[in-house]
Design a protein around this ligand. Structure first.
Ligand code: GDP
Length: 297
């Protein structure tokens, strides 16, 4: 939380300073909206928030900073939506491990997220298998393997560059079944950026894996520092595959935490995990209340 607060408090302080002005006129409201847009909240949510605050400032007729802060907190929290189910579907089923497919564009932090998530699960005493279904670059499998070794779990990979990602994914799930593991985490390639290619690749992985076990969770990894660009890519992925949760990475490197709201709105899928650094312990479950507090800290 501390790390989040440090990078995000510009946003909160800026808003509170604006809302604490002697007179909140249209210019001030415009500045507030601009601040929200700069924090990547998105235009729809920014407008909604400004309208809600305008209404409340008028009705409650108060400029008391503590009251204003509480008001802002409540309205932000509504936008982040604390009622969304953010739990991961990682419980072992009858005879098979839970299968988690991790997707997203190159460089957003997929492999790192798989490594960090494996670490979290191992700490919860779960048996984990990693599958290197990014077969386009040999380095990708090496990188995953390094995480596997570091965390102490098996990494299933192909030695041949360009092997069929679906077949590696299947092998990983088979290994998970044979070793009675709890969770299989599948890292995928992100270089296919057009929808048809993605649908082909991810559809095939799901189909082939499905012969052995259901895919329970499809986590879309998004780099929080890429703003609008990341949103566009996210949309392509969500149209190509049935995304069940979002992992928002690199929140340690941006003051634009508003992206959480914008993404959830655009995709209708909850942010479930956040990445706060490159290290093995830098992954956290997303907590709406904590997040909003950090924004306003
Ligand atoms: P992939 O291509 O999607 O698998 O991305 P990688 O996992 O290789 O990550 C790309 C780069 O982003 C690496 O240098 C990671 O260390 C870095 N990275 C991943 N997650 C985070 C994060 O939460 N915070 C920061 N600061 N860096 C991250």
């Amino acid at each position: 939380r501390g790390r989040l607060a440090k990078s995000n408090n510009v946003f909160g302080r800026g808003l509170l300073a604006l809302l604490s002005r002697d007179r909140i006129d249209q210019d001030v409201w415009d500045e507030i909206e601009e601040t929200l847009l700069l924090a990547d909240l998105g235009s729809e949510a920014s407008m909604d928030l400004v309208e809600a605050l305008q209404r409340r400032v008028k009705v409650e007729g108060t400029q008391d900073p503590n009251h204003v802060k509480a008001m802002l907190r409540e309205e932000l929290l509504k936008l982040v939506d604390p009622t969304m189910d953010r739990s991961l579907a990682i419980d072992r089923k009858d005879m098979a491990p839970a299968v988690v497919l991790v997707v997203g564009v190159n460089g957003v932090g997929k492999t790192t997220t798989v490594g960090k998530l494996a670490r979290v699960l191992v700490a919860e005493d779960k048996d984990v298998v990693l599958g290197a279904a990014d077969t386009f670059r040999a380095a990708a499998a090496d990188q995953l393997q390094t995480w596997g070794n570091r965390v102490g779990v098996v990494t299933v990979r192909s030695e041949t560059e360009g092997a069929d990602p679906a077949s590696v994914a299947f092998d990983a799930v088979k290994t998970g079944i044979e070793s009675e593991s709890d969770v299989v985490l599948l890292d995928t390639a992100g270089r296919l950026q057009n929808k048809a290619g993605l649908m082909d690749q991810l559809g095939k992985i799901k189909r082939v894996v499905g012969k052995a076990a259901d895919v329970d969770e499809v986590l879309l990894v998004i780099d929080a520092t890429t703003g609008q660009n990341g949103m566009v890519q996210a949309k392509v992925f969500s149209e190509a595959v049935n995304v069940t949760g979002i992992v928002l990475t690199k929140l340690d490197g941006t003051a634009k935490g508003g992206i959480v709201v914008a993404i959830q709105r655009a995709l209708g899928v909850p942010v479930k995990l956040i990445g706060l650094g490159e290290g093995p312990d830098d992954l956290a479950p997303f907590d709406a209340e904590q997040f909003v507090d950090a924004l306003l800290d």
